[in-house]
Ligand binder design. Structure first.
Ligand code: ATP
Ligand code: MG
Length: 299
């Protein structure tokens, strides 16, 4: 079982048409045809959207994406038009809402990996490849790869896992020229971000980008380089050969899998509400990620 314990109802705002409720974000269209992305405080773990929210999480993700977009714009244009609150929107949307160009999205989850873990590790252990790319012997969970690799995936429905696909399959789906642009841009953006994060004591193990077209130009879309779209590991506790502590979700995962939660992640029942202490520690981790990466105090 997976998905929402209870799917949230869209907020009604005059002039906005609700398009989609994702695990974390809600999408609307405004009267000018622009996309309005609202990042909620919802959190997912073990394929579930948890019944308890993490205060400030949506704002942290939104402000972090903006910060990164700014640092990447010489490599690729991004989709954000404004971070001003649309007229009539609830005050609670402030800081978590971005008005974006509505793009023709390219249906590929563009993943870059500099380290081996997750679905990459699973494939590697079976075939010594990731997305069909051959890798050296002897790598373990958390190993740094000889060089970053582009490992595209297809998007799955809520509760399903994205599926890794080969570069050749990606080229068949979107065309050879587009596939080459996606790979080149994904790796360039990843490398820039990895270096920035490394300077701040954070390993950017892997990350996912989405791109779209606007008048023939490739544009970086969605959220970027947030703890929800990336694996960030504290560099000082990195130790290949075991699962690395997740920067943001570790307290939640540890608690959910402990006897204290009374929850069986392989069972049929949804996860329980989180205790206040776990919520507060997780909130502090998201804020710490923001502060360490940007070097600014969370306001
Ligand atoms: P998940 O919770 O698994 O991420 P999701 O991807 O369906 O689910 P969100 O990530 O909340 O949900 O929704 C963002 C959606 O908006 C994605 O489908 C993404 O491809 C799309 N999107 C992002 N930026 C743009 C844009 N500029 N124009 C059009 N669509 C966009
Ligand atoms: Mg998404």
């Amino acid at each position: 079982m997976s998905g929402f314990v209870e799917k949230p109802k869209p907020v009604e705002v005059p002039g906005l048409t609700h398009l989609h409720t994702g695990k974390v974000r809600d999408l609307y269209r405004d009267e000018a045809g622009r996309l309005v992305m609202v990042a909620s405080d919802r959190m997912s773990a073990y394929d579930w959207v948890l019944p308890t929210e993490i205060p400030d999480k949506g704002r942290v993700l939104t402000q972090l994406s903006l910060w990164w977009f700014d640092r990447l714009r010489d490599l690729i244009p991004h989709h954000v038009l404004s971070d001003e609150l649309p007229a009539g929107a609830p005050a609670d949307w402030a800081g978590r809402t971005l008005v974006c160009r509505s793009l023709e999205m390219i249906p590929v989850e563009c993943v870059a990996r500099g380290y081996l873990t997750g679905s990459g590790l699973v494939e590697y252990e079976q075939t010594r490849t990731v997305c069909g790319l051959a890798l050296p012997e002897g790598l373990v969970n958390g190993s740094e790869l000889p060089q970053p690799i582009f490992t595209p995936a297809t998007k799955a429905e809520v509760g399903e896992h994205d599926e890794n696909v080969s570069y050749e399959e990606t080229a068949r789906r979107v065309g050879a020229e587009t596939a080459a642009m996606l790979r080149q841009t994904t790796l360039a953006v990843y490398s820039r971000a990895r270096d920035i994060a490394r300077d701040r004591g954070i390993i950017l193990a892997d990350t996912k980008f989405e791109f779209g077209w606007a008048d023939g130009d490739l544009v970086l879309a969605d959220e970027v380089l947030t703890p929800d779209s990336s694996r960030f590991w504290p560099a000082d506790s990195w130790e290949p050969g075991r699962a690395q502590p997740s920067f943001d979700k570790q307290f939640v995962r540890d608690w959910l899998s402990s006897p204290a939660s009374g929850w069986d992640r392989n069972g049929q029942l949804p996860p329980p509400e989180l205790p206040a202490e776990i919520v507060e520690r997780t909130r502090a981790k998201y804020v710490e990620a923001y502060e360490r990466l940007t070097g600014s105090k969370w306001a």
